[in-house]
Design a protein around this ligand. Structure first.
Ligand SMILES: C[S@@+](CC[C@H](N)C(=O)[O-])C[C@H]1O[C@@H](n2cnc3c(N)ncnc32)[C@H](O)[C@@H]1O
Length: 280
């Protein structure tokens, strides 16, 4: 489809109110596929590319930002499996498989790690087989569910995870896709209430107070063109997700500053806040 047709598809969609939108229309941009476009993957449609390009035009740093977030995900998982002794991961908002999927990083550190992936996008579901290539000692599972339905997630995750043992709850680059009416803080606290002491929360989300003007314009453009409505949050709003948990050093920081390693690209800066909390 041409760039003009891409634009037209997006603009037609913009005339529909969010409540009227049908889920998973490939003529409408969706976060999993836009994210895949920014990461250089192959699973995106014209509408996703149009929304992705509209965001790039407002905030050219977006591609470096999502890559830095992906590197954050890998560092966090490596830390949790190799240093914190975590063997169970509940990764909600998995995304289309890319480099360093959670089970690959976790099982490279400890082969017996068990990983449950959750996403609500059928394109991610179609790729689930690539996420189910566990080591023999470990296990992976995939749940087709919406983060707003925590009961379903927890019930189905119990097929693979032992909720009497510590679990790392991963909410990486998903919370900005939940608006305030979705009760995002309630969702996180209900998930953390379901896991025992010794568990962790790893969370990142798009910031409203880094590159604030560019990000606000990027959000406006995305929200005009996409299925989900983005809600960017300040540092204090992101820190609030960790209420009741012990925040690990260095706290909630731009994700490229969370324990960067020598392999991390020096230029990969991010407009996302992220951190890791420990449940005592
Ligand atoms: C920006 S991508 C992040 C992917 C991956 N976590 C990463 O950081 O590379 C967000 C993912 O969350 C999923 N998602 C968004 N809202 C969701 C919801 N309410 N329930 C389940 N998945 C959701 C999207 O389908 C998409 O795959």
């Amino acid at each position: 489809m041409s760039g003009e047709a891409d634009q037209a598809a997006g603009l037609r969609w913009a005339e529909v109110t969010p409540r009227d939108r049908q889920p998973f229309d490939t003529n409408v941009a969706h976060s999993a596929r836009v994210h895949d476009y920014w990461l250089g993957g192959k699973d995106h449609f014209a509408a996703d590319r149009a929304a992705g390009d509209a965001v790039i035009a407002a905030y050219p740093g977006i591609v470096a930002s999502v890559r830095a977030n992906r590197a954050f995900l890998a560092r966090v998982v490596r830390f949790l499996a190799a240093e914190a002794g975590i063997r169970q991961f509940l990764d909600i908002g998995t995304g289309i498989p890319a480099a360093n999927n959670t089970h690959e990083v976790a099982q490279a550190a400890a082969e017996d790690c068990r990983v449950v992936y959750v996403d609500y996008d059928p394109v991610v579901l179609a790729h689930a087989r690539a996420l189910l290539t566990s080591s023999e000692q470990g296990a992976t599972d995939y749940i087709d569910a919406d983060l707003r339905d925590q009961e379903k997630i927890l019930e189905q995750a119990a097929r693979t995870l032992d909720f009497s043992q510590p679990v790392a709850v991963m909410l990486i680059a998903i919370m900005h896709l939940l608006v305030d009416d979705d009760d995002p803080y309630g969702i996180v606290s209900r998930l953390m209430a379901a896991v025992p002491a010794g568990s962790y929360l790893a969370l990142s989300q798009v910031a409203s107070d880094i590159q604030a003007e560019q990000m606000a314009e990027a959000r406006r453009r995305y929200n005009r063109l996409a299925h989900e409505t983005q809600r960017h949050r300040t540092h204090a709003e992101v820190e609030r997700f960790f209420d009741g948990l012990e925040l690990l050093e260095p706290g909630v920081v731009a994700v490229h500053n969370w324990r960067p390693g020598p392999a991390d690209e020096a230029g990969a800066r991010s407009a996302m806040w992220g951190g890791v909390g420990y449940k005592r």
